[in-house]
Design a protein around this ligand. Structure first.
Ligand code: AMP
Length: 254
């Protein structure tokens, strides 16, 4: 593959940029997705990326990909980060910021991006703002997905993922055709370590303490759009696009 079109640059942490051509008019989106674990941010990120043809930048995916590396390939910092992740705790800001800085070319992508799982603390949000300002870039919007707590727990405990193609299923709401088996590649589905009940509780606390203060941070900057994530993924995505369009129209001079 041509290096300049390498959509895996985010995972590899290389210096290449996947896009060089500018986005069509009114189609440049630089988005941050916020919401408690289990609210469906990852699914919404995939749908928005497919719709706008932009990049899905998930810090959680980079950490999960690191889990597949052999011990020799993992640096001590990343190894420690995986311990935090297994317990459902947030990885320290310095480690996360180093990981994002190594991938800063993805923030410059000429088509835009969806940041999923980053920033997760006010310090991370301030660092992101500095990185973007340094490149004269700005976020388009920050989407906050909301869902009642009991629905969040039901979503998380039934979630299963394919270890091969990463497709996500839900045992009750979106079951695979054959119980426990991926529809696409036939591998046995697994439950994420951090979707176990104890890790879920820790992740919820981390969200309340560290990530929810970000709502004020972005509200004060006029970037926050709240979306109820209680309908189907496609409907929720459509509501998001409608709200983004309305916000863009409200912001543009008549
Ligand atoms: P996610 O897939 O976004 O839920 O992330 C899975 C796990 O990766 C989290 O529970 C954290 O342990 C870690 N992680 C991902 N992104 C961040 C971040 N921005 N700050 C701290 N920890 C993170």
């Amino acid at each position: 593959m041509d290096e300049a079109n390498d959509r895996a640059a985010w995972f590899k942490g290389g210096s290449t940029c996947c896009r060089t051509l500018p986005a069509p008019p009114n189609q440049l989106y630089r988005l941050v997705l916020l919401g408690a674990p289990g609210v469906g941010k990852g699914t919404q990120a995939e749908l928005l990326c497919a719709r706008f043809d932009i990049c899905h930048l998930s810090t959680g995916d980079v950490f999960r990909a690191a889990k597949q590396l052999s011990c020799g390939e993992l640096n001590p910092e990343l190894e420690r980060a995986l311990g935090y992740m297994r317990r459902g705790e947030l990885v320290p800001d310095e480690t996360v910021l180093e990981l994002v800085r190594q991938r800063a070319q993805c923030l410059r992508c000429s088509r835009g991006f969806v940041l999923d799982g980053f920033p997760r603390t006010v310090d991370q949000a301030e660092a992101l703002q500095e990185m973007l300002q340094g490149e004269s870039l700005a976020l388009t919007a920050v989407i906050h997905f909301t869902l009642p707590p009991e629905q969040i727990v039901a979503r998380l405990s039934g979630r299963r993922t394919c270890p091969g193609c990463k497709t996500t299923f839900h045992m009750a709401m979106q079951p695979p055709q054959v119980n426990g088996i991926c529809d696409h590649c036939g591998l046995a589905l697994v439950q994420r370590e951090d979707d176990q009940p104890e890790s879920i509780r820790v992740r919820m606390r981390a969200y309340e303490q560290s990530t929810s203060p970000l709502l004020d941070f972005y509200q004060n900057r006029g970037l926050l759009i709240s979306i109820a994530a209680d309908s189907s993924p496609v409907e929720t995505c459509q509501h998001t696009i409608t709200s983004l369009t309305a916000a863009a129209e409200a912001a543009s001079p008549v």
